[in-house]
Design a protein around this ligand. Sequence first.
Ligand code: MG
Length: 351
Amino acid sequence: MSAAADAARFGPALDLVQGRVTLAHGAGGRATAALIAQVFLPALGNAWLHSADDGVVLPALGERLVMATDAHVVSPLFFPGGDIGRLAVHGTLNDVAMMGARPLYLSASFVLEEGLPLADLVRIVTGMGAAAQEAGVPVVCADTKVVERGKGDGVFISTTGVGALPAGRDLGGARAQAGDAVLVSGSIGRHGMAILAARGELGLALSVTSDSADLSGLVASLLDAVPTVRVLRDPTRGGVAATLNEIAHQSQCGIWLDEASLPVDAAVQSACELLGLDPLNLACEGRVLVVCPAEAKAAALETLRRHPLGAGAACIGACVAEPPGVVQMRTRLGGTRLIDWLSADPLPRIC
Ligand code: MG
């Protein structure tokens, strides 16, 4: 059924310019049907979503599936370089891709706060639909709930992704080995800094945009060219520091970083210095950390750099045997610094 036919059937027409989300939109009645028909289906619609059953029937996907899920609570909802809708698509697609799988399907669950402007919701869902279409991964099932004013913060979006894992491909943090190279696909910290700037708490005018992007194409080229890659992980919440600590902990390798080789954009670097932040702790949403055998390093870097999302790729360090599970950095001044997990979250709700 076309969106127009749905709208006619489930009228009255919503005021998508001045209107707001009400509790009735989550009550499962005619208002819910109108919201689905006039907001969600036009932006996200596909044959699966239009089927309007309790679940969706998908074709068999092969021997091994990868599934990943992520809740998105970013504040503010709109930021330079993206919005919560696009982020909710990219975040989950990227987690599926980090496992070496080709993302195929997404589900989405929306928790809306009473009073959210419908125009904002349309903008968010439209961004989400565009991101899903660019990635070629449809949102095949979705759910919407509404909570009372003050019980949410506009909108929270949870997405789940499913992908197919080719035979013989096994990636994971535990696979890192002493001697391996550690690469990153581009400059770090942009998403975290863009969110901080968008909150307007810095008193700074920053020209930093989020790096939010679908990495599945970049990852597919890399794995085609360099099948010996051992670990892929996107340094999202907690940044490169937390992600490398996870890999060091899982593999019981040590990791040495080289500060001079860390790619950091000048605007992010200077804002970090001003604010006493470390780019290693700032989230990325369009970068991948790669651990591969040292002999594959050159081919991996070359493949990453050929892709628009990997143009700034760099080798930033190496895995070592001792001390196990510890991440350290050689500083520009020739010193040594422990790169630990942060014990508290200095930047809540960045994704
Ligand atoms: Mg991840």
